[in-house]
Write a protein that binds this ligand. Structure first.
Ligand code: BTN
Length: 242
C-alpha cells in the first residue's frame, strides 16, 4: 500500500502536523517532512533549532499495536534507524547517547521526540508519532547550542537529504515491526557512547555520579552507583570528564 507523505516548505512542527493527521486516521507509516520549522520541539519542553534547508525534519505516524512494554522501545529503535541511515549516506559512524541522541564527532547531530497519540489507557499503544531532526548542513549554530550541537557536513553536503529521510523511514518501519524480539538492542549497545563510562545523572535536581554498565531489555540504562546497581528509565545523563 502507498504511504502518504506530506512535504512542507515551512511549518510550525512536523510532530504537530503528524499528530493532527494521526487523529484524523492517518495510516501506519504516514510521513510529514519540512524544509524549515518555526516551532520545532524537543524533549523536556525544549525547542529544536530547525533552520531552512539545513536538516531533515521529519515525523512518522506509527500504529504499532504493541504492549506498553514493547512500545517503550520505539524511541530506542529510532536512534538505531537514524544511525544506520547516517552510516549509509556518509562515511561516519554515529554513536548513541542514551536515550536516543545520535552523536558524530562528539556532537549531537540528531534528536528524537516520540509522542503518544492514542491507546495509552487500554494497555496497548495504538498510535505514536516519532519526530526526528537531523542536522545535515552546518547552519552556524547560535552560541548557546555550539557546545553540544553538530552537523553531518559543513556548508555543502554530498548526499541527498531526501535519501537520508527515506533510509531513516525504511529502517524505522522495519525495526518497529521487530520490536518484540529485541534483537536490535545488541546493535544499540554497540553504538552506545555511555556504556563502560563514568556518567552523571540528574535526580531531584542534583547531579549524581555513576558508571553506565548496560542497557536492559526495556531500554533502561543500568548504572552502578556508590550505593549499588540501579536502572534509569528516563531523564538526562551526561558523560563525566575523568
Ligand atoms: C530532542 O533532541 O530534544 C528531540 C528533538 C526532536 C526534533 C524533531 S524535528 C522533527 C520533529 N518535529 C518537531 O517539532 N520535533 C521533532
Amino acid at each position: 500500500r502507498d504511504i502518504p507523505i506530506t512535504i512542507h516548505k515551512v511549518t510550525g512542527s512536523t510532530n504537530e502536523d503528524a499528530k493532527a493527521l494521526a487523529v484524523a486516521g492517518a495510516v501506519h507509516g504516514t510521513m510529514v517532512l519540512a524544509e524549515e520549522q518555526t516551532r520545532g520541539r524537543g524533549r523536556l519542553g525544549r525547542s529544536f533549532y530547525s533552520p531552512k534547508s539545513s536538516g531533515v525534519y521529519m515525523s512518522i505516524v506509527l500504529r504499532p499495536n504493541l504492549a506498553m512494554t514493547d512500545a517503550v522501545l520505539i524511541t530506542t529503535a529510532a536512534s538505531v534507524a537514524v544511525s544506520r541511515a547516517v552510516e549509509e549516506v556518509s562515511n561516519q559512524t554515529p554513536g548513541i547517547k542514551w536515550v536516543n541522541d545520535v552523536f558524530v564527532n562528539e556532537k549531537k547531530i540528531c534528536g528524537i521526540l516520540t509522542e503518544a497519540v492514542s491507546g495509552f489507557e487500554s494497555g496497548v499503544v495504538e498510535c505514536v508519532v516519532v519526530g526526528i531532526g537531523i542536522n545535515v548542513i552546518d547552519p552556524g549554530f547560535p552560541d548557546e547550542l555550539k557546545q553540544v550541537a553538530g552537523s553531518l557536513s559543513g556548508q555543502h553536503c554530498d548526499f541527498s537529504r531526501n535519501r537520508l529521510a527515506a533510509l531513516v523511514a525504511n529502517h524505522l518501519l522495519e525495526l518497529s515491526a521487530a520490536l518484540p524480539d529485541r534483537s536490535f538492542l545488541d546493535e544499540y549497545r554497540k553504538r552506545s557512547v555511555l556504556l563502560g563510562k563514568p556518567i552523571r545523572f540528574l535526580e531531584n535536581n542534583v547531579w549524581c555520579d555513576a558508571v553506565a554498565v548496560d542497557v536492559d531489555n526495556s531500554g533502561g540504562l543500568v548504572i552502578e552507583t556508590a550505593t549499588g546497581r540501579r536502572t534509569l528509565t528516563s531523564g538526562e545523563v551526561s558523560v563525566r570528564p575523568r
